[in-house]
Every structure is written in structure tokens, then in C-alpha cells.
Design a protein around this ligand. Structure first.
Ligand code: NAP
Length: 274
């Protein structure tokens, strides 16, 4: 059984979801179907991943109400007039009436965040999304968004894994009642090769991936590893019946290198990790 994170809306968000970036075509439908069969109840997607229709095919045989679906609005659709149509297209492609969570995929300096959030708030009032959130927001982006009071922000989805331990950002989000979802929770496999992670995995008789995911879950984050093989999908679920000791958590805390694996040219991280 996958535990839940309670959002500031009262919704229950499963703390393990399936990331679907780079899952496209038939392979996407197949992996999402496998995940749902195994008991995943949370799918992370985005307009930019171009896989909403394939995910819709996988969802056909499952009860929509039992699945938590997150999608994201791309940079070019953040003008208030563009937000509604972008969401409508997402809903159409996913063949659903509502999203559980709709995120601003990346901050965009050229559009006031208050305007985008205002338009997203209208979507929430229309029942098209149950919660609103942001992604790739630093503390300063969040302060601006919160000050605008244009919408209740429930989630910030950011890159977070042992080699990118964004402690200050996590503490800030928690202090504001914002849940944090860790994307690239395995550092796209980079963290799995770290000596300390491998040693802790061996000692706990777990895999390096499980150690990374368990560290994040113990810190109160939601994790969305992408996995396309059944063995990875299964392995990533086996993180809820054991714990890392405080010593192991502290050892992992100390390996941070502020190492981003997702840093596109348009990103605005203020030259710092937070
Ligand atoms: N908001 C954003 O801007 C943003 C940016 C990036 C990502 N994301 C979201 O976060 C999700 C996860 O991030 P990501 O896909 O970039 O990176 P990731 O989840 O850290 O790593 C995915 C890679 O790890 C492999 N893997 C999965 N489970 C494994 C295991 N147990 N052992 C060894 N390898 C394993 C996968 O291989 P196989 O596929 O072969 O199983 C894949 O190559 C994305 O899919 C997307 O939904 C959001």
C-alpha cells in the first residue's frame, strides 16, 4: 500500500508516482498500464511530454477516481488567455473531466505569475483541476507567487535527489504548507553510482534506487521516478516496509553536490541551488 501526502486542499496525493518524461507511443501505454496493474495510483505527465493520449489509453481499464493525475502547462501557454485552452486540451487528450493537480511547468519572467495563477484559479473553480501548483520554482519565485494571493499553491515540483539536496527550499515550502514533489529522484541514475549510496544499499540489503527514494520519502517528499521496465517499476514500490537509520540519512545528507541534471537554457535558478 502506497502512503499519502495530504495536500493543503485536503486531497490525498500518493507519495510514489510514475514519472513519464520520455515515455511515448506504445511503450508509454504499456509501462503506465503495468504500473497501474502493480498498484501505482499516481501518474505525472505534462503537455510537453506529448504522451497524454497514450496515458489515456492505459487509464481506460481503471477507475479514474482512484488515480491521481498531475499535468503541467508549458512556458508558452502561461498568458492568462492561453491557460484555459491549454488545460482544455490536456483534459481532452487525457480523456478526463478533471486533473488532480495542474502545475506551471517552469517560471516565465515575461508573464506575471499572478495572472497565470489567477487563470488557473478560475479552472479550479470550474472543477477542471482539484489543486494548483508550480514546478521549478525557487524561494524567490515562490515568494512572488504567494504574495500575489492569486491562488492556493499546493505543490512545488522540483529536482531533488541526494546529489541535489535543496534543504532550504524544502524547509521554506513546508513552512508555507506547500508539499514538495521530487523529480529526477534517482538523478537520472547518476546518484545510483555514488559510493556512499551503493554502500548503504548493500548494508541495508536494498538497491541504490530504493535508498534514494527512501531518503526522499523519509524527508517528507513525494517521489515520481520514471521507470519503463517492470522490474524497475516493482523495485521502486518496495520502499515502504523498511527505514533508513538516522546515521544513514545523515550520511546521505552530506553527499550533496548541488548537481542538477535538468538545467535547460531557459531555466532561472538565480545561479544557486535554491
Ligand atoms: N517538472 C519538471 O520540470 C520535470 C523535469 C524532469 C522530470 N520530471 C518528472 O520527473 C520524472 C522522473 O525524472 P527523470 O525521468 O528525469 O529521472 P529519474 O526518475 O531520476 O531517472 C529515470 C531513469 O532511472 C531508471 N530507473 C528507474 N528505476 C530504476 C531502478 N530501480 N534502478 C535503476 N534504474 C532505474 C530509468 O530506467 P528505465 O526507464 O529503463 O526503467 C530511467 O533511465 C520524469 O519522468 C517526469 O515525470 C519533471
Amino acid at each position: 500500500m502506497i502512503p499519502f501526502e495530504t495536500l493543503n486542499t485536503g486531497q490525498k496525493m500518493p507519495v510514489l508516482g510514475l514519472g513519464t518524461w520520455l515515455l511515448t507511443g506504445q511503450k508509454c501505454t504499456q509501462s503506465v498500464s503495468q504500473a497501474l496493474e502493480l498498484g501505482y495510483t499516481h501518474i505525472d505527465t505534462a503537455k510537453a511530454y506529448e504522451n497524454h493520449r497514450e496515458i489515456a489509453s492505459a487509464l481506460e481499464n481503471f477507475d479514474r477516481k482512484k488515480i491521481f493525475i498531475t499535468s503541467k502547462i508549458w512556458l508558452t501557454d502561461l498568458e492568462p488567455d492561453a491557460v484555459g485552452p491549454a488545460c482544455n486540451q490536456i483534459l481532452k487528450d487525457l480523456e478526463t473531466d478533471y486533473l488532480d493537480l495542474l502545475l506551471i511547468h517552469w517560471p516565465n519572467k515575461s508573464v506575471p505569475v499572478s495572472e497565470t495563477l489567477g487563470a488557473m484559479n478560475d479552472l479550479a473553480k470550474q472543477g477542471k483541476t482539484k489543486a494548483i501548483g508550480v514546478s521549478n520554482f525557487t524561494i524567490s519565485h515562490l515568494k512572488e507567487a504567494l504574495d500575489s494571493k492569486a491562488a492556493k499553491i499546493s505543490v512545488n515540483q522540483v529536482e531533488f535527489h541526494p546529489l541535489l539536496y535543496q534543504k532550504g527550499l524544502l524547509e521554506f515550502c513546508k513552512s508555507k504548507g506547500i508539499s514538495v514533489t521530487a523529480y529526477c529522484p534517482l538523478g537520472r541514475q547518476g546518484d545510483l553510482r555514488h559510493r556512499a549510496i551503493k554502500e548503504i544499499a548493500e548494508r541495508n540489503e536494498r538497491t541504490a534506487a530504493q535508498v534514494c527514494l527512501r531518503w526522499l520519502v523519509q524527508k517528507g517528499l513525494v517521489v515520481i521516478p520514471k521507470a519503463s521496465s517492470e522490474s524497475h517499476l516493482e523495485e521502486n514500490m518496495q520502499i515502504f516496509d523498511w527505514e533508513l537509520s538516522n546515521e544513514d540519512v545523515e550520511a546521505i545528507d552530506s553527499i550533496n553536490r548541488n548537481k542538477r541534471v535538468c538545467n535547460p537554457t531557459f531555466a532561472d535558478f538565480n545561479n544557486g541551488s535554491e
